[in-house]
Design a protein around this ligand. Structure first.
Ligand SMILES: Cc1ncc(COP(=O)(O)O)c(C=O)c1O
Length: 439
């Protein structure tokens, strides 16, 4: 892959600096709020993925697929709360369910009548989940799934993959490992069948669990190769290790997640995000014999406590989302929209000779610079991000787009027009930046 020369990088730097200057001038309230926040939080941040320079926006309101920032600018929200906000901003069935739950009392010091209904609905969606338990985040769900596998197998090794993200304490990209919960990890390259085979040939008998995202999400929307995922299932079965699909993101790719699309049944599955209807939520489930370890009627049952595991608000919101918003039809519709959008963006980048491409599956995707690394990669990423913000489209600074149910063809075509507009307006800068994108 060719890289841009120093002159081209300088032009790109200038263009990004000008875009950033306009961003700073447009957003004085967000800037002041970021400064204030930094007095009480490191870098003003309590959620790493939200940070970008010079400071991230503060949003004031959301409705449907629209956002308004504290300086009064409106955006079409194409980030969808990093895949979690699939229902859009506060749809009526979820609001009603939360209001009803509030009216009945926040948490009741006991079981409530919502938790088993949510559990049954989720077991029905995912054939791999015979029994399920709730937690408060996807991170916690994955921590519990690993603990379940270790307790069941009596083994210690945990196979994970480079650039995988399973939560704040289980991240295997840059900056993740130093704060990861200290399991005995083997961190293998994703989609590399030879590496997996060779690792299992040497250590298969020691492996408790293989934890894998069917598509790397935070790692850049890299779809798992079906043959790679099937190989992991075969290796795990052969070596009696537990295969855990982290479907915290990919469970939205069909009513039964990516596992249904692949016709696979992992031993365990973790989910979260939208199945809490926008409130804090996670869940882990799987084979009855694995989950039965937690059956408190059994002597020696494993412990899994948690004050908020069955909190009434998340149970009510999750149930409303499952039954009324994140329906199989709605998922099919936005996944088809996402497939079409990815296709047309890639066609547009090709047509304009622009150094970008889009990866992903269904309604989840990531715009990447070409080439992926080096000085110009960050500049290209920044350029399209700030230019999109200026035109009223909110995506992640790293290029993530996750469609939500309220998004329709009108928003899609407005976005395609904006991207075309940017590529044309920036032709001089982009044309020099990278001689050719891979096709
Ligand atoms: C694949 C995947 N697993 C786990 C998590 C962690 O979920 P949470 O942020 O609810 O802890 C995420 C969050 O983005 C995720 O994308």
């Amino acid at each position: 892959m060719n890289s841009a020369g120093p002159a081209a990088i300088q032009t790109l730097q200038q263009a990004v600096q000008e875009a950033v200057n306009r961003y700073v001038a447009r957003n004085p309230r967000s800037a002041a709020a970021a400064d204030d926040a930094a007095r009480a939080m490191p870098g003003g941040n309590t959620r790493s993925s939200l940070f970008h320079r010079p400071f991230p926006l503060r949003m004031a309101q959301g409705a449907g697929c629209r956002l308004r920032d504290v300086d009064g600018h409106d955006y079409i929200d194409l980030l969808g709360e990093f895949t979690s906000g699939i229902a859009g901003h506060s749809p009526e069935p979820i609001l009603t369910a939360i209001r009803d739950a509030l009216a009945d009392g926040i948490n009741l010091s006991a079981h409530n009548m919502l938790e088993a209904r949510l559990a049954a609905g989720l077991c029905a969606r995912f054939p791999s989940i015979d029994l399920i338990r709730f937690a408060n985040s996807g991170t916690e769900a994955n921590l519990m799934a690993l603990a379940t596998a270790r307790a069941f197998t009596g083994r210690h090794k945990v196979v994970v993959f480079e650039n995988a993200y399973h939560g704040g304490l289980l991240a295997f990209g840059p900056g993740g490992l130093r704060v990861a919960v200290p399991h005995d990890y083997a961190i293998l390259p994703y989609n590399d069948k030879d590496a997996a085979e060779s690792y299992f040939a040497r250590h298969g008998a020691e492996v408790a669990a293989v934890l894998v995202e069917p598509m790397l999400g935070a790692g850049g929307c890299v779809p798992g190769d079906p043959e790679f995922l099937s190989l992991l299932a075969r290796l795990a079965r052969h070596h009696e290790a537990i295969l855990i699909f982290d479907e915290v993101q990919t469970s939205r790719l069909s009513a039964g997640g990516r596992q249904a699309l692949l016709g696979m049944t992992p031993d365990m599955t973790t989910i979260g995000k939208y199945f809490g209807g926008g409130l804090a939520f996670g869940a882990f489930g799987g084979r009855a014999d694995l989950m039965a370890q937690y059956d408190p009627r059994q002597a020696g049952a494993l412990m899994h406590a948690g004050t908020f595991n069955n909190n009434t608000l998340a149970m009510a919101a999750g149930l409303a989302a499952l039954e009324h918003v994140v329906t199989p039809d709605a998922l099919d519709r936005i996944n088809a929209l996402g497939d079409a959008m990815r296709g047309s963006l890639n066609a547009l980048f090709a047509e304009q000779g622009a150094p970008f491409h889009v990866t992903g599956l269904g309604s989840i995707m990531n715009i990447h610079p070409v080439p992926a690394t080096g000085a110009e990669a960050g500049l290209l990423r920044d350029l399209i991000f700030f230019d999109l913000l200026e035109r009223g489209f909110f995506i992640a600074s790293r290029g993530l787009i996750a469609l939500s149910v309220p998004i329709g063809p009108a928003e899609m075509s407005a976005f395609a027009d904006a991207v075309r507009d940017i590529l044309i307006a920036r032709r001089g800068v982009l044309g020099q930046a990278v001689p050719s994108a891979p096709r």
